[in-house]
Design a protein around this ligand. Structure first.
Ligand code: BGC
Length: 748
């Protein structure tokens, strides 16, 4: 009523040409002022409760239609209206985000806009290969392009912020989240992480979204691969192996960082002052903001680190952590903690300023609906161009692990017996992190083969059940189909639903009923090609001997079936190389290429025949890091170093000749590994320090040169300081981590 009266009065005064006494525009609303000035002005106007609100992130849901009558949703809207929420997650779509943003901007006292976060992990509507698979492409431009499409689609739906990339190095395929990551190598993982940030964030315009580096730090070493378990990492391992990818993503400009669920030195990482303040903010100079993982502040009580919610809020805040995703302890207790003087308002201001700054930088105060452009969502999502990009990405992610007697590619005149529940079950094609992807729109392997070969040339049988139990009838049907065909393509592995958070497996292997099926198929005498679907490397030792070829297709997203069909037909010659070792047996886990030498690496090294090994299985993985075949073959020869001694500050060139000696044009990932033979902290037997993905026509050969500089030779001590020590280094170059040529030089 009051408002209406004022409005009438103002209109009347204007009508009479009377001068109004206009409030000057608050500085924070003046877009011509620098961000810092606007932030400072806004902070002066905010209550402590409103400041705590900026650290409060709520889970969304719907806010329009029937949700308007829902008491729970109404309560959240009221909190937004009262300035008690700074960001939301899982509010989906342009209409919904706009509706909530309208409340924040037009109905709250200060009109502070919200950030809308969402897990856009490998695509928003058009689904790309899982991050682990995409990393196997060794194609950084493609990785950036994939992230760019994801950002474009998500931003058109009003999303401003994704919780990606995941930069957790892991050696443990029992852990379900290896699917979201970068594999086992810190150097390559750093490049991939930076490429993802670049694709997501570039330009900070309304076609990109803020990136969030997660899960800081060391979440990938959950003990025994069990999700949410204890983690124990030394500072030396932290600096040399685990921190580099997070650092690279931060250096690439990522606006935010997410705490992990895990532990560092027996302190939950959300409360680790060492990680958050000393490393991230001080040593790395990170200027962005942090968000907890889902309820990770509150979980400090369960871990036994905080006594109660207030204690949890205080410990997280004092460590330097910021936004509380859904445990609600920060908002509930910060005002009281400020009142008690345990947190100063100045500390609170410094924290909140980081969040406000990004909101100003994004332009949300001036154009709060910049992501909500009418019609853009409809015209952006799932376009033909995006699907084409997803197809290219999927083709480039498929790793060919075995190809005996050139079993592949298959003739398009061949009759195929396609076997495998997952070849036809679209639901099983998609994993847990598919944002708004719709599995019904994805291309199954069955559809892909039928399109490429013609439906009349492809028979189909499920062959096994998902629950792992034996089913003779299904096997018999598959065998009958196999006998009538020229070749069997059998899709084995695990449902996509077994990949992701809380999907730990004690036995990441091919289920027994699928092995039984393979045996029956092999007995037909037909050529058997296995296509393996999984979000992680599975133990393939039993499979290996039963099939002629293994195509590792991971989880490839929307265009899965087309991409696999292109590989099987040879329309696409595989170029991917695995970025995680494939264990020979479960008991080998964790098995990784950049391991240490031990004091007894070989039978010949001292102590007779007692050395570092297993008595029941080989020590080496079944397929090493960097491994992947092509339909053509490559030979490496003549590794030459430009010098045999190198002074600090100078560089050395390593040159090798790579020849395509097979029958197809192809692309090869040439890999450079280094080894520091003796150092004040022992170094791994091999560390990837360079790669070049090169195209080679049939019969062509090229000289490839790598330049080795000091930054490839140093390691980190326990404080994170780089250390460069003189001595002998090996240079290894090859097409995977095991098949390499080696030369040495001396650093002086
Ligand atoms: C996951 C995060 C994710 C968050 C929000 C958590 O359970 O660990 O990676 O971003 O949920 O969905």
């Amino acid at each position: 009523m009051k408002k209406t009266a004022l409005f009438i009065l103002a209109t009347a005064m204007a009508g009479l040409g009377m001068a109004q006494t206009k409030e000057p525009l608050p500085a924070y609303k003046n877009k011509n002022l620098p961000v810092a000035t606007r932030v400072a002005d806004l902070l002066k106007r905010m209550t402590v409760t409103e400041k705590a609100g900026q650290l409060n992130q709520l889970n969304g849901g719907a806010f329009t239609g029937p949700a308007l009558n829902d008491a729970g949703q109404q309560a959240k809207m009221q909190m937004v209206r009262e300035g008690k929420v700074g960001s939301m997650l899982n509010v989906i779509g342009s209409a919904e985000t706009k509706a909530v943003q309208t409340i924040a901007v037009e109905q709250s006292r200060l009109g502070i806009p919200l950030l809308f976060g969402y897990d856009v992990i490998h695509g928003y509507k058009t689904i790309f290969p899982i991050p682990l698979a995409e990393a196997c492409s060794w194609n950084l431009n493609q990785i950036t392009a994939n992230a760019g499409v994801a950002a474009k689609e998500a931003s058109s739906a009003g999303i401003t912020w994704t919780f990606a990339p995941m930069c957790d190095i892991s050696n443990d395929p029992r852990w379900g989240r290896v699917m979201e990551g970068i594999g086992e190598d810190p150097w390559y993982g750093s490049l991939v992480s930076a490429a993802r940030v670049k694709g997501l964030q570039a330009g900070l315009d309304n076609e990109h979204i803020l990136a969030c580096v997660k899960h800081f730090a060391g979440y990938g070493v959950v003990e025994s691969g069990r999700e949410y378990n204890y983690t124990d990492v030394s500072r030396v391992a932290l600096w040399n192996k685990y921190l580099p990818p997070y650092k690279a993503a931060v250096d690439a400009g990522a606006a935010s960082v997410m705490n992990g669920f895990n532990i560092f030195e027996n302190v939950p990482v959300s409360a680790s002052k060492y990680l958050v303040t000393d490393v991230l903010k001080k040593q790395w100079g990170f200027k962005g903001f942090l968000v907890s993982d889902w309820a990770s502040f509150g979980e400090m009580i369960t871990w036994g680190y905080a006594e109660n919610e207030e204690d949890a809020a205080l410990k997280a805040f004092k460590a330097g952590s910021m936004i509380d995703m859904e445990s609600k302890v920060t908002f509930a207790h910060i005002p009281e903690l400020v009142k008690q003087g345990k947190i100063t308002e100045r500390e609170l201001d410094e924290t909140v300023a980081r969040i406000l700054s990004i909101k100003f930088t994004l332009g949300l105060f001036d154009t709060p609906y910049k992501y909500n452009i009418d019609g853009r969502e409809q015209s952006t999502l799932f376009t033909t161009a995006h699907r084409q990009e997803a197809l290219r990405a999927a083709e480039g992610s498929i790793v060919l692990l075995k190809n005996n007697n050139q079993a592949l590619p298959l003739q398009t005149s061949s009759k195929i017996a396609l076997v495998g529940l997952y070849a036809s079950s679209k639901e099983d094609m998609f994993d847990f992190w598919i944002a708004q992807g719709d599995y019904k729109q994805a291309v199954s392997l069955r559809e892909g083969l039928e399109k490429a070969w013609g439906a009349d040339k492809v028979s189909y049988a499920a062959g096994y059940q998902a629950d792992g139990s034996a089913n003779e009838a299904l096997v018999n049907e598959a065998v009958t189909n196999a006998q009538a065909a020229d070749v069997v393509v059998v899709n084995i592995g695990l449902s996509g639903k077994m990949a992701g958070e809380d999907r730990s497996l004690a036995a990441p292997e091919i289920p027994a009923n699928q092995i039984a099926l393979l045996k029956a198929l092999k007995a037909t005498g037909k050529k058997v090609v296995a296509v393996v679907s999984s979000g992680r490397p599975l133990v393939l030792t039993a499979t290996e001997g039963l099939v002629d070829a293994i195509v590792y297709s991971w989880i490839l997203g929307t265009e899965s079936g087309n991409a696999i069909a292109h590989v099987l037909s040879g329309a696409y010659n595989p170029t991917a190389k695995t970025v995680m070792s494939f264990p020979y047996a479960i008991g080998q886990i964790p098995v990784y290429y950049n391991h240490y030498n031990t004091g007894r690496p070989k039978e010949t090294d001292g102590m007779g025949n007692w050395y570092s090994r297993y008595r029941d299985i080989p020590r080496e993985p079944l397929y090493p890091f960097g491994y992947g075949l092509s339909y053509t073959s490559y030979t490496y020869s003549n590794l030459q170093l430009s010098k045999t001694t190198k002074q600090k500050g100078a560089s050395i060139q390593a040159t090798i000749t790579v020849a395509n000696t097979g029958n197809y044009d192809g692309e090869e990932v040439v890999q450079l590994y280094l080894r520091d033979h003796a150092a004040s902290l022992i170094r791994p037997v091999q560390e990837l320090k360079g790669f070049q993905k090169i195209a080679l026509k049939k019969g062509e050969s090229k000289q490839i040169t790598f330049t080795i500089t000091d930054d490839l030779l140093h390691f980190y001590d326990a404080t994170g300081a780089p250390v460069l020590e003189k001595g002998k280094f090996s240079v290894m170059v090859g097409g995977n981590s095991k098949d390499v040529q080696e030369a040495t030089f001396e650093l002086q």
